[in-house]
Design a protein around this ligand. Sequence first.
Ligand SMILES: Cc1ncc(COP(=O)(O)O)c(C=O)c1O
Length: 486
Amino acid sequence: MHIPLDRESNWPLFRQIEDYLRQNILSGNLPPETRLPATRQLAEQLGVSRITVKNAYSELESDGLIGSLEGSGTYVMSLPSFPESLGNETEIAWPLWQSELTMGLEQAVSTFLPGTRPGLISFTGVGDPRYFPTGDFSKAMLRVLRRDGLAALEYGNFDGGYPPLRDTIAHILASQGINAKSQEILVTSGSQQSIALVCQALLKPGDTVLVEKPTYNFALDLFRALKLKIVGIPVDDKGMQVGVLESFLQKYHPKLLYTIPNFQNPSGVCMSAARRRKLLVLAACYNLPVLEDDFVGDLRYDGRSQPAIKALDPGGFVIYTGTFSKMLMPGLRVGYLVARGPVFHCLSHLKLVSDLTTSTLIQRTLEEFVTIGRYQAHLRRSQRLYRSRRDAMMAAIHRYLPEAVKVYSPQGGLFIWMKLPEPLSSLELLVYAHEAGVDYAPGPRFFPDPEEGKGYLRLNFAVQTLEDIDKGIMRLGMAMERLAAE
Ligand SMILES: Cc1ncc(COP(=O)(O)O)c(C=O)c1O
């Protein structure tokens, strides 16, 4: 056996032998049951003392990589088996600290496993990628690289984000009635990060967070992962039932209220202006921070918009988050937080220590793209497109689904929320739906107690063509018929 040794090196010879053998065993070059040379023989071959080889072998032996059989020599041992796929991970005896880590994950109910089988019509996801403004965006990126050179590839601004982008966001917000100074805007890597930062800043395990019931599934899973107590306030066609809020405040002493007042995910409803005002008054009385998640506020197809809760905030009660994920492209991973007072500095510091900054290149490109008016043009195009798709889906629902199905037709956003006729379960239906070639998000994902969501499902109307919307809802109708027949 030839083992290259560096006799000039400070690294001891026995370690060099050990390293060489270890690498070859782990890479499979020396498979299990390979007989290693006897220590005397290897020592002679390498021109080292026998004790050097013995030391190397004993290190490998104590790590279980080799073993000696009395009288018959030293052999490479079989390695412990490692997982080949996620599927069999649960069967593996992980080190204790790892098994403890899995606790809590079992409660997460959302998955990113959208159906991708050929021909499957999926009503999950966000906007339609076929309409992402990729051409204009890539031209904007080239302009930025030419204009800004290396500055576009540096870390960039650690204290809130790229200043011109913060100015642009302030302008967009002003057009929605929110007066925010650029210094109150923190660029984040999407609203999901905004929510996580707010939790880090304000909550600790065991604290209570109030949410709408139903609500955004990955916010629920984040709260579960952070070991928060989640209490849901029911939603009706005017949004969160703020009338019951005070009793919840008195009973649970929450540390945060998380709300999606516009085209709520998943219900599609908007909170009435009166409820927004009342919520703010209660938050002020009970010293309760409010996190307002406005993920698709701009995607309105009809009706009048209500003032953002942040726009009514006399100062410092509401933390607002918005995102470019739904209006532009989710892969940009750019969102923003608006906050005033000490909490802004706390959030900005947490952002810094979490990921330093959101991509400088993407922030600069976004600013270039948005300021030249393409954002507004893209938004108008999306509104026209998604309105026609919402109408097509509502028409198909009336055409193909039983009358006992209850749906809410939203004035904007991306989702139609459906209540199935009793006693149908959206989880059981999903099996038949997949067989029929259609996919949706089942209701349990959106409830603090998943049991409560069995009778509901969420359909994304924005992501498929008119033709596929019709076909997909027809398939859903067939799946419902099969399930009901059983
Ligand atoms: C209500 C809501 N908030 C936040 C997010 C996360 O968005 P982002 O891509 O900006 O992290 C989503 C994504 O679907 C959402 O539906």
